[in-house]
Each structure stands twice: as structure tokens, then as C-alpha cells.
Design a protein around this ligand. Sequence first.
Ligand code: ADE
Length: 225
Amino acid sequence: MEIDVFTLFPEAFGWFERQRHVVNALAQGHRLEYVNYRDHTPLNAGQVDDTPFGGGAGMVLRVDVVEAALRARYDVDPVDLRARRRVIALAPGGALLDDGMVEQLAREPALTLLCGRYEGFDQRIVDHFASDEVSIGRYVLAGGELAAMVLCDAVMRKLPGSLGHPESALEESFSNALGGAPEYPHYTRPAEYRGWRVPEVLLSGHHARIREWRLHQSAARGPLP
Ligand code: ADE
């Protein structure tokens, strides 16, 4: 998979790129690259945003700047790009990211993520350049970078070869294997701590009973609202 992140702050992804599953995915040939809007602005003095028409606080990312960055990267009119690859604008009011959407995105050959800053995007960017508008939750972040990292984190751990134990992605919270419910609880040593005992069934070595207990625990926890 090729992921291109359009952002004013590519350096914000330094920590993210060092995460083990991301390192693994990149070693498998998947790509994660960045385009800084500021490197492509057609405006003087590196301007990328402007005050909103109609007044109000904050600054809005300009449509001409985003177009210039998309054209520089893909050499096509960005209006036509979204028919060829998913172009995702990250915004608090978008469709909520969940495991189903992550599964679907992980099957795409290429993703383009557009990070907004300040008050967000000129709406024409979303209307004419994006194929999707995605939110990681109903709260407002200072910019789309953390949201892009959340999306990439969740998508990249679904890519074959990114996890040390591939089976951990099969039966995890919200997966089909658990009928969309949260995962069952896990315990490790010590078997007793301050009088808190690990459930006996997990110490029994009886795989069928353990499995039954886990599925029951998962079902009892979910589904979440
Ligand atoms: N940009 C700002 N807030 C956001 C959110 N909650 N989800 C996605 N992108 C955002």
C-alpha cells in the first residue's frame, strides 16, 4: 500500500514512523510519504491559509494551495484523482472511523490523507478533491496530523507482515471473529496479585473451555454503543 500524507507538519510523524508495526510494514514494501503543502504554495511568502469569508476566528487552508500540492504529487487535475485513489480529508465532522472502515481502507492499494490545520479546510477541497471525509471522534483537534496517525496506525497493523503475531489481528476487539464485540480480558503473571486471582479457567490448560470462556466474556462486554 502507498500512503501519502499531505500536511504542514511532516516532522510530526517522526515518532509514528518508529513504531514497530510501521517499521515492519515499510520493510515489507509498503510506503508512507509526506507532502508539505507549504512546499507547493503558489502564493508569496509561503502562505497556505487565509481568513474565512463572512468573518470568524481562525484561518482556513486554501483550495488553490491544496490543488497545487496534489498536482505536484500526482500530475493530474485533483478533481479526477479521487476516481483513481481514496483521497481522505480528515475533519471532525466526517464519517466516524471504525474497524469496518479500517478493514476496507487496508484493502486499498493507495491512500491520500489530507490534514487540515487551524479552522480546517476551505469546503471546496472536501467537495471537489476528496473521496471521503473521515473523523476519529466527535471532538476538535488542532490539526489533522494526529487523526492521520490514528488512521495509519489502525490500517497498517492490518497489513500482512506488520504484526509480530499475525493472529493477534484476527481475534481482537470489534473483529468479525468476535462478532464486532470488544475483546475478552487478558491476564499474565503473577497468577495472584494482592489477592486478585486470574480466572481459574485460564490456568487450566483446557483449550476448548478457555475458548468458550473468552467468547462468552467478549459477548458479555459488547456490542458497544
Ligand atoms: N481534525 C481536527 N479534529 C479532527 C477529528 N476529530 N478527526 C479527524 N480530523 C480532525
